[in-house]
Design a protein around this ligand. Structure first.
Ligand SMILES: C[S@@+](CC[C@H](N)C(=O)[O-])C[C@H]1O[C@@H](n2cnc3c(N)ncnc32)[C@H](O)[C@@H]1O
Length: 385
């Protein structure tokens, strides 16, 4: 899916039949729409029990926010969060969904006898017209490393268009975390991917002119998978806080995460590990969804951004640097990784990573693997977009 080059959801138009959910040719060309129209992919998300149960808990621990409320579910998929809204006491819910999974969602709503309360609306959040503003917006717009898929932009479009002043958002905010890591086998494996291009006599052709390009490609892939927390080289974390109530489209299109990590063990540093947590801050309780290496596994795993040139680091040295995120036309982000030791602003290693071009790497931390297996299927195993 990584070679996708198309418009962002906010700029693509569709004219799907609102009743039958029939897709136009243009919509069929939208890889996210097609992907999410399949029950198997909805199932993968539903059976990420950490994810789905955290949402349920967040709503149930804050029923005061849902009692008698009108709600909007941005990207309702199977309709699961709309059902949770009703279970938590909502009066009515509009579940907006761009893909043809609306046909399945409508079936579920009707077979569960909730057609008077849950209204499935086929279309993009950026384009649909709803009858009224709402008290609460819910959504699961989270990609790996939080921002992949760029669905947060549709979430805040829902906010700007339909949330009443003072309304609640579930989730309410998120924090991306960073930490340096060491992983020699991963680094060696990444280099080896390009060995083929070292051949100076491939059926009579010298391929070596492309070796460097192949290395750039290999190191340009984010490594998505579990890792053991022991590989982290600092106890402190770089952070980037996103408040969904106030974040602007501009701020999501480009942002930076500066980090300054005190190294806790002498090692070779191979890159920066990233993950995120999400808060559901209701009137009664804040519930947290965690996706870090010490938390139970989720289908978001964790993400590692490799250094093209590793850095030897000594205990107590400071590793500083910056991750610069720029939204791209593949529903994802180009990330510039820069780092150096005790060096602000001198940079000793830098690399470009393209989040849409994931390398799935399922080596795991024991706890995460156990939890992940308990979930049954997870989306990444099926080839996440
Ligand atoms: C991560 S899934 C979550 C599905 C469901 N809410 C759940 O929690 O299981 C996101 C859903 O949002 C839909 N979606 C993405 N962008 C959208 C947009 N701009 N407007 C409407 N739906 C969108 C996708 O088709 C997909 O079904």
């Amino acid at each position: 899916m990584s070679s996708l080059s198309t418009n962002t959801p906010s700029t693509t138009t569709t004219s799907a039949d609102p009743d039958t959910g029939a897709a136009t040719e243009e919509e069929e060309g939208n890889i996210f729409s097609k992907y999410y129209s399949q029950l198997s992919h909805q199932q993968n998300m539903l059976t990420d029990h950490v994810r789905t149960k955290t949402y349920l808990q967040a709503f149930f621990k804050n029923t005061v926010d849902f009692q008698g409320a009108n709600c909007l579910d941005v990207g309702t998929g199977s309709g699961i969060l709309a059902f949770f809204c009703v279970q938590a006491g909502a009066k009515e819910v509009w579940g907006v969904e761009m893909s043809r999974i609306t046909i399945a969602a409508k079936k579920l709503v009707s077979s569960n006898g909730l057609s008077s309360k849950i209204h499935i609306v086929k279309g993009k959040m950026e384009e649909v017209t709803l009858p009224k503003k709402v008290d609460v917006i819910v959504s699961e717009p989270l990609g790996f490393l939080l921002v992949h898929e760029r669905m947060l932009e549709s979430y805040i479009t829902g906010r700007d268009r339909y949330l009443k002043p003072g309304g609640k958002m579930f989730p309410s905010n998120s924090t991306i975390y960073t930490a340096p890591f060491t992983d020699e086998p991963l680094y060696a494996e990444t280099c080896q991917k390009s060995d083929f291009w070292c051949n100076n006599d491939f059926m009579g052709v010298d391929l070596t002119a492309l070796h460097e390009t192949s290395m750039e490609e290999a190191f340009g892939q984010p490594v998505v998978g579990y890792f053991h927390p022991d590989i982290l080289l600092s106890d402190d974390r770089g952070t980037h806080f996103v408040d969904f109530h106030t974040v602007t489209h501009e701020a999501l299109k480009s942002f930076e995460i500066d980090f300054q990590h005190t190294i806790t063990k002498t090692a070779v540093c191979h890159g920066i590990a990233c993950w995120f947590d999400c808060d559901f801050s209701g009137s009664q309780e804040t519930v947290v969804l965690k996706t870090g290496p010490e938390a139970p596994g989720t289908h978001w795993y964790q993400c590692r951004l490799m250094f093209r040139s590793p850095l030897a680091v000594n205990k107590n040295q400071i590793l500083n640097g910056r991750l610069t995120f720029r939204a791209n036309d593949s529903f994802s982000y180009d990330v510039k990784v820069e780092a150096g030791i005790d060096c602000n602003p001198r940079i000793e290693t830098e690399n470009m990573v393209f989040l849409q071009d994931q390398h799935y790497h399922y080596l795991y931390a024991e706890e995460s693997a156990v939890d992940a297996q308990g979930m049954g299927h997870v989306r990444g195993n099926e080839g996440q977009v």
